[in-house]
Design a protein around this ligand. Structure first.
Ligand code: GLN
Length: 295
């Protein structure tokens, strides 16, 4: 298996020339564009790794998946989806288009920034970030997970688009509370550092349906990943890969195959949608070699 993974890395390496780093967050513009890693963790406890599987990077938008789960655990499904829809959108991840339309009453889905700022705002507790980090540590089995201060400060300094989105949503009554505090948690959660094995274990946690109490949350989270996890590329990704996945502008992709396995992939060069160029190629080849599509 590890040989298959290594071959897949070699045949997709050239895609790192297609696209660019997420330099709208200056610290992300300084990462090494050549790192490529893959990890797979299956339901029987097997782990397979290749390339720079243990290279650390920031989780970015992949955090949206876990914030959604925490928000539902804290508030219940109905209360969360009163405030954020679960409809795919053709707009990019950082859109604020339509947020000020009179007929818009909530963001399109929890995988775009606006929707994720809503779910983060709904997480309960005095120290929301401590709860989030604790949750990540628990489900990845990695108690050393922490956030990257440099990336956090860099995004906080330059995060005016997210600030605009959040203040507009506050003005329209979509979120409640102190906007800067909510954004601070959002920027920190995006800066949590992981490697591909951590992602594979997060994917496996969502794939593992042996705990009846969390099945419904995992089922709906997986469906939202499948319909919106790769932003406005989700339709094509469903056809070409067919594995519920979530990407982040740090270059990571987490994929989850219900009752089977979790996959973590990393390469920081992004395509026009903000998805890892090499990562997409790797996912396509993994699907072909291991027949992974759920459709
Ligand atoms: N922190 C990033 C942002 O808010 C996350 C976006 C992403 O990974 N697509 O812009």
């Amino acid at each position: 298996m590890e040989k298959i993974l290594e071959d897949i890395i070699v045949s997709n390496e050239h895609l790192k020339n297609r696209g660019s780093l997420a330099d709208y967050i200056p610290a992300l513009g300084r990462v090494d564009p050549n790192k490529i890693g893959i990890s797979l963790a299956d339901i029987d406890g097997n782990i397979y790794r290749a390339g720079d599987w243990d290279h650390k990077f920031t989780i970015q938008s992949i955090s949206k998946v876990l914030s959604l789960m925490l928000a539902i655990m804290d508030n219940g499904e109905e209360n969360v989806f009163k405030r954020v829809d679960y409809e795919a959108t053709e707009e990019p991840f950082n859109t604020m288009f339509k947020l000020d339309f009179p007929q818009t009453l909530k963001p399109a889905n929890p995988m775009i920034n606006a929707g994720a700022i809503v779910t983060t705002s709904l997480i309960k507790g005095e120290d929301k970030f401590a709860r989030i980090l604790d949750f990540y540590r628990k489900i990845s089995g990695n108690k050393d997970l922490d956030y990257n201060r440099e990336v956090y400060v860099s995004e906080k300094k330059t995060g005016d688009k997210n600030r605009s989105i959040a203040y507009l949503m506050k003005a329209r009554g979509f979120i409640e509370g102190d906007v800067d505090r909510i954004l601070d948690v959002y920027f920190k959660q995006c800066s949590i550092e992981v490697n591909t094995l951590d992602l594979a274990k997060i994917g496996l946690f969502i794939a593992d349906r042996s705990d009846l109490n969390t099945n419904q949350i995992k089922k709906l989270t997986t469906a939202i990943m499948a319909s919106s996890g790769m932003y406005n590329f989700s339709g094509k990704y469903a056809v070409e890969v067919g594995v519920p996945s979530k990407s982040g502008v740090g270059g990571g992709i987490v994929a989850t195959l219900p009752n089977k396995m979790g996959i973590g992939v990393y390469s920081p060069v992004l395509d026009e949608y903000g998805n890892s160029s090499v990562g997409f190629g790797i996912m396509k080849d993994l699907e072909k070699s291991l027949t992974l599509s759920i459709y």
